[in-house]
Design a protein around this ligand. Structure first.
Ligand code: THU
Length: 160
């Protein structure tokens, strides 16, 4: 037997260090977060996806009185982008959140289902999707690709 050890690379930026193109995308995610429909959790999440054609698609979490019917901001945004531009690869996604009770000082982290969905588009276009994660204050994390956030992923290659 042997032990396989994984390492994960993430770049941590202080806010003032973030490259301008990433800061622009993050600013659009911050605007999107304010449009969340989240009367139940009151947690507002926003995402902005930059496509290869230069278009930015934004989205936010959408909740429902039947709780499982709601959807995270990342999936709302990814499905919207793919529905509108089915043949255009995703280049980057910025994700941020607003906690109404106490400003979020660590980068928000996408849930497993959202990672899985984003990974599908990364595979579909065979192009890394850069992931920018931010809270309301504090550092910003940048991952080179979704695969770095989701090792040992189930993917289409397993299917018959
Ligand atoms: N949520 C997101 O939109 N994205 C995440 O990465 C984590 C959680 C939403 C789902 C729900 O509307 C609220 O935040 C609380 O979980």
């Amino acid at each position: 037997m042997k032990t396989i050890e994984l390492t994960s690379k993430v770049i941590e930026y202080q806010r003032e260090e973030l490259p301008e193109d990433l800061a622009d995308l993050l600013a659009q995610a911050q605007v999107a977060a304010k449009k969340a429909y989240s009367p139940y959790s009151r947690f507002q999440v926003g995402a902005a996806i930059l496509l290869n054609n230069g278009v930015v698609v934004t989205g936010s979490n959408q909740e429902n009185a039947v709780y499982p019917c709601g959807l995270c901001a990342e999936r709302t945004t990814a499905f919207s982008a793919s529905a509108q531009y089915p043949e255009v690869p995703f280049s980057k996604i910025a994700i941020t959140a607003i906690n109404p009770d106490e400003p979020l000082s660590i980068p928000v982290s996408p849930c497993g289902s959202c990672r899985q969905v984003l990974f599908e588009y990364e595979q579909k276009f065979n192009q890394p999707i850069e992931v920018i994660l931010s809270g309301q204050t504090g550092p910003i994390y940048v991952f080179h690709c979704v695969g770095d956030l989701l090792p040992y992923t189930f993917h289409a290659g397993f299917l018959p």
